[in-house]
Design a protein around this ligand. Structure first.
Ligand code: UGA
Length: 449
């Protein structure tokens, strides 16, 4: 099939590349010329496993094309995926400016029957609005073509984006047109063959399914973080509680890890957007608001633990002049994405208390430098290429992101490098008893100190 994908961010680039890898001809369109030129040279704007090789291979064999010219894509294809960002607007709703602008452009450009698919996460009703905008343009220009708008939300995770797209758990298709549904099924068949993973529904339910999925996952995390806070007070261990809870097949183990808050470009934005949509329809969501509130608190918890240790246990008057090592900057392992990362909240709190930071992350340093680009941060943060070097002469170590390489460090080196044998772990990675036997003070989330 010939396909246009608008937007070369995480979702658009990965989706387009995977379609091309299955033998389709894909036009990836973006308004940023530099990005398109880079992609043609095999320079990928994000770090994602296997993506670079796939982009280069399919660009070379002619299945994957990069262009800033939307018309070129549309004229040569029958399906168009919209995969541009829907960032959080000032009022915390999803900003749909780019989506509606594209809908108008499509109305102007389309010159044959076409299927227009929203892959971006969009609030309920956006598909209908896109239909209206295109129809309006068609009316003005007297166009006879049929356009079917479909909602086909993307469920990939950063860090495993290619694998998730190549083998999706489900393919949700929101459409009211039988023929359109058949065409999309044909397109996706190679990704889900031998498994019946198509879920067909109306557009609004498909749009809502995406928000409800992310909201459910975020709720599980905040719920577990609330349990963690209760565990800390009562002397239970949330790591053990997770096993006790997750073993119930109705609940399951995944997304029950307590920690220093969820981040990324999706959960924070989507939970907020869903709250906003509900309020627009005169419904005040209760659980969702608390999910967000708990997460806000969790992002501050490492700072609270560090402060308590130095002020109460070490008897310091304040944190001024301390040097703290931070392992992990990205919002989760496997990505260089710093959006809504807990590390940023922690670093800002520490620096405003007069602390110097030694940081190490296997991939996210460049992104971190872009976000923490104020003079104050530049002066107070050092970035290291080696995780142990980052700990030299530090007053303590904090683990924020659980990259594999942090899982079983050489504690002897840490013991030599750190001035205090203390580790603050935001992702509960180490064995409590082992660290205590080695003489470390070990602070986790949801375990009594
Ligand atoms: C999330 C969803 O998992 C995807 O299904 C969805 O497609 C995507 O958003 C999206 O809407 O595009 P992603 O943001 O890549 O994917 O990251 P996750 O793996 O879901 O992790 C999100 C955050 O939750 C991370 O900060 C992670 O550390 C945290 N988390 C995750 C926990 O604190 N505890 C857990 O048990 C799991």
């Amino acid at each position: 099939m010939n396909i246009t994908v608008i937007g070369t961010g995480y979702v658009g680039l990965v989706t387009g590349t995977c379609f091309s890898d299955m033998g389709n001809k894909v036009y990836c369109v973006d308004i940023i010329e530099e990005k398109i030129e880079d992609l043609k040279k095999g320079i990928i704007p994000i770090y994602e496993n296997d993506l670079e090789e796939m982009v280069v291979k399919n660009y070379k064999n002619g299945n994957l094309l990069f262009t800033t010219n939307l018309e070129e894509g549309i004229k040569n294809s029958n399906i168009c995926f919209i995969a541009v960002g829907t960032p959080m607007a000032k009022d915390r709703s999803a900003d749909l400016t780019a989506i509606y602008k594209i809908a108008k452009n499509l109305g102007e450009i389309i010159d044959h029957d076409m299927i227009v698919v929203t892959k971006s996460t969009v609030p309920v009703g956006t598909g209908d609005k896109i239909k209206e905008i295109i129809a309006e343009e068609f009316k003005k220009l007297n166009k006879p073509w049929q356009v079917h708008v479909v909602s086909n939300p993307e469920f990939l995770k950063e860090g495993t984006a290619v694998a998730d797209s190549m083998r999706p758990d489900r393919v949700v298709i929101g459409s009211d047109d039988e023929k359109t549904i058949e065409i999309l099924k044909e397109l996706y068949y190679p990704f889900v063959k031998n498994h019946d993973r198509f879920i067909i529904m109306d557009i609004r339910s498909a749009e809502m399914s995406k928000y409800a999925s992310n909201a459910m996952l975020a709720t599980r995390i905040s719920f577990m973080n609330e349990m963690a806070m209760i565990c800390e007070k009562t002397g239970a261990d949330v790591n053990k509680v997770r096993l006790g809870v997750g073993s119930d097949s109705r609940i399951g183990y995944s997304f029950l890890y307590a920690g220093c808050g969820y981040g990324g470009s999706c959960f924070p934005k989507d939970v907020q957007a869903l709250i906003k949509v509900s309020e627009n329809y005169n419904y005040t969501p209760k659980i969702l608001k608390e999910v967000e509130n708990i997460n806000y608190e969790m992002k501050k918890i490492l700072f609270e633990k560090i402060k308590k240790y130095f002020l109460e246990t070490k008897g310091l008057k304040d944190l001024k002049g301390l040097k703290i090592a931070i392992w992990g900057l990205s919002f989760k392992p496997g990505t260089d994405d710093m959006r809504e990362s807990t590390s940023v909240v922690l670093i800002k709190e520490l620096i405003s208390s007069g602390v110097y930071i030694n940081s190490y992350d296997p991939k996210a340093v460049n992104e971190a430098k872009k976000i923490l680009n104020d003079q104050l941060y530049k002066e107070k943060i050092s970035y290291f290429n080696d995780k142990y070097e980052a700990t030299e002469d530090c007053d303590g170590l904090v683990l924020v992101t659980e990259w594999n390489e942090f899982r079983s460090p050489d504690f002897k080196i840490l013991e030599n490098n750190l001035k205090n044998k203390v580790i603050f772990d935001g992702r509960n990675q180490y064995n409590n008893d082992l660290l205590k036997n080695l003489g470390f003070k070990y602070y986790q989330i949801g375990v009594l100190e």
